[in-house]
Design a protein around this ligand. Structure first.
Ligand code: HEM
Length: 186
């Protein structure tokens, strides 16, 4: 996907056609869901808020808000044992690349302390997503806010996913919470 011999296809149903909103919602929803399904990781994050940055990176890898992206081959090239010809369209499966066992140790595991950081959830190359900092900041604020405000958070209802193969995100995320005691109340 990072190779210079590929360029973008202008699909309407892409992260570029609808930048920002749905993708960031998916990051927060998918990310929170991943953490709720891994209570040990959630607790680790609760214990050490400095892990917020790697945690957001890891949930982006683990359940990518954008699952695929298109490219057009610029010149004939061999890639992954396949001959690609100039002008052919290819689809880069971001979700699969983010679980590549050659790039990530134990890729199916959610590990907020993971050393490898090279996920492709924001794309690669000259089209590398422009709103990275904003989306990451929004997710950090959301996770931090939930953890600060609630002493416990559990999944209340098994979520369903919105239709579509490009963007992946839950319809809604219902949680059960217990309010945290404010310092003044202790
Ligand atoms: C979690 C949130 C987001 C994710 C996962 C995401 C993902 C992506 C991906 C995969 C691409 C294609 C990049 C490529 O082909 O190499 C893209 C393009 C783009 N995104 Fe996002 N995005 C997110 C949020 C945002 C936000 C908040 C903005 C704007 C404020 C934004 C603006 C754009 C733009 C303008 C492009 C087109 C870039 C170009 O074609 O040169 N995105 N995004």
């Amino acid at each position: 996907m990072s190779t210079p011999v590929l360029r973008h296809t202008p699909e309407r149903d892409s992260a570029r056609a609808r930048p920002g909103n749905e993708t960031t919602r998916n990051l927060i929803g998918n990310g929170m869901l991943a953490l709720l399904r891994h209570p040990g990781q959630l607790q680790r994050l609760r214990d050490d808020p400095r892990l917020l940055e790697p945690a957001v990176d890891e949930v982006l890898r683990y359940d990518s808000p954008v699952q695929l992206d298109g490219r057009v081959v610029r010149e004939d090239v061999e890639m992954g044992g396949k001959r690609l010809r100039a002008g052919q369209k290819v689809i880069a499966l971001i979700g699969a690349a983010n679980r590549d066992p050659e790039a990530f140790e134990n890729p199916e595991a959610l590990d907020i302390l993971r050393k490898e950081k090279s996920h492709l959830s924001f794309g690669r190359g000259i089209h590398y997503r422009l709103g990275t900092s904003l989306a990451v900041l929004e997710a950090r604020v959301a996770f931090r806010g939930l953890l600060d405000r609630f002493a416990s958070i559990r999944l209340a209802v098994e979520p369903s996913y919105r239709d579509g193969i490009v963007l992946r995100g839950v319809e809604s995320l219902w949680i059960e919470v217990e309010r945290a005691r404010r310092p003044a109340e202790i």
